[in-house]
Design a protein around this ligand. Structure first.
Ligand code: PLP
Length: 387
């Protein structure tokens, strides 16, 4: 007998599980993209994206993973005499720096200790010390450490120094509160395979009026990722190239589901799952890694006696459940469990149970069931309020 049949669970911070009604849209026959039928869909999707970005500005869609939209931001903003400031507190901050390098852009780096969030005072020091810095590249949720950054405060400081703020909100969007217009974010970027509950393959980018003034002045080092070109079509609810038709149709469904739940409730649900997950982890005697934890993913210090890469591999191979290990310098040292997108308390019960079984297997001393009990207690408190 096998008590762990081949049923798979995705509890990673991207890709994330896709709801059944979205999966079904992926089996529909392909329609041509230059038709009234597709135009109607793309118009709906374009409007729905403004809601999830909390912006009045158009949100452009690329057929690429999230990194494509990050690259487009740098490629379209780079100009002589201006410097970028990359806020680097993890793998995805590093990505900003690497993209700048690839384009030969002048890039200053603000090193942030992994697991911490940037201190806005340090950003201010950089900006006041070097007037050439005109673009801040930062992250909403630094997925590699599970930290949320106060991008609202960063945007405030950026304004003071007349700099733009570009936010990689790829994993944070829909998990951590994010209001592009109200917070004065100039460029926001997202991807399909995270909070949007879609398969990988779409990236999104929206620009403020201020950001467009910048893009207008620069000579884009891009063809596919040329933002002006994307905008000239995007304004007319069109795309310059063939869009990923099936994913766009899936996106329409995803946006419908999000609208139905309401974005404030989506944030609250993620917030609840994240807070509950942290309590369960602490109930097991484990330590949390992030100082300001994101609601997308919980990062956990692995006890010294266990290699987290082995731990994650064991859970995947034995139980079919995918959680994430540490990246870069954190390899082997932390594990990460996501509660991002199509998730509820029962997904978390699965994840925490698997973590308990694995801890037991690796000889870690704790009282079995402590994490699960915490989840159940917290769920009952919240559920009573709900009914
Ligand atoms: C997932 C992710 C990305 C994008 O990765 P892709 O593999 O290109 O989709 C970028 N930034 C953050 C913070 C992410 O979590």
């Amino acid at each position: 007998m096998r008590v762990t049949p081949r049923k798979k669970y995705l509890l990673t911070p991207g890709p994330t599980p896709v709801p059944e009604e979205i999966l079904l849209t992926q089996a529909e026959p392909i329609i041509h993209h230059r038709t009234p039928e597709f135009k109607k869909i793309f118009t709906e999707v374009s409007e729905g994206l403004k809601y999830v970005f909390q912006t009045k500005n158009p949100v452009l869609v690329f057929s690429s993973s999230g990194t494509g939209a990050m690259e487009s931001a740098v490629a379209n903003l780079k100009q002589d005499g201006i410097k970028f400031l990359s806020v680097m507190g993890g793998k995805f901050g590093e990505r900003w720096t690497e993209i700048c390098k690839a384009f030969g852009a002048d890039c200053e780096v603000l090193e942030v200790k992994w697991g911490q969030s940037p201190d806005t005072k340090d950003i201010e020091t950089k900006l006041s010390g070097d007037k050439a810095i005109k673009v801040i590249l930062t992250t909403l949720c630094e997925t590699s450490t599970g930290s949320v950054y106060d991008v609202k405060a960063i945007a405030k400081i950026a304004k003071k120094y007349d700099a733009l703020v570009v936010v990689d909100a790829i994993s944070g969007l829909l998990a951590d509160e994010f209001r592009m217009d109200d917070w004065g974010i100039d460029i926001a970027i997202a991807g399909s395979q995270k909070g949007l509950m879609l398969p990988p393959g779409l990236s999104f980018i929206s620009l403020s009026g201020r950001a467009w003034e910048y893009v207008d002045k620069s000579k884009p080092q891009a063809y596919y990722f040329n933002l002006k070109k994307a905008m000239s079509s995007g304004e007319k609810y069109d795309t310059p190239w063939t869009p990923a038709v099936s994913l766009v149709i899936g996106l329409r469904k995803a946006l419908e589901l999000i609208k139905e739940e309401k974005i404030e409730n989506v944030w609250k649900r993620h917030n609840f799952l994240a807070a509950t997950c942290r309590q369960a982890i602490e109930g097991l005697g484990l330590k949390l890694f992030a100082q300001n934890p994101s609601s997308a993913v919980t990062s956990v210090m692995m006890p010294d006696s266990i290699d987290s890469a082995e731990f994650v591999k064991f859970i995947r191979n034995e139980f079919g459940i995918s959680i994430a290990g540490g990246q870069g310098a954190l390899k082997g040292k932390i594990f990460r469990i996501a509660h991002l997108g199509y998730m509820n308390i029962f997904d978390l019960l699965v994840g925490i149970a698997a973590i308990e079984f694995a801890l037991h297997n690796f000889g870690y001393k704790f009282s079995l069931g402590k994490g699960i009990l915490k989840l159940e207690e917290e769920f009952l408190k919240e559920y009573k309020k709900e009914i």
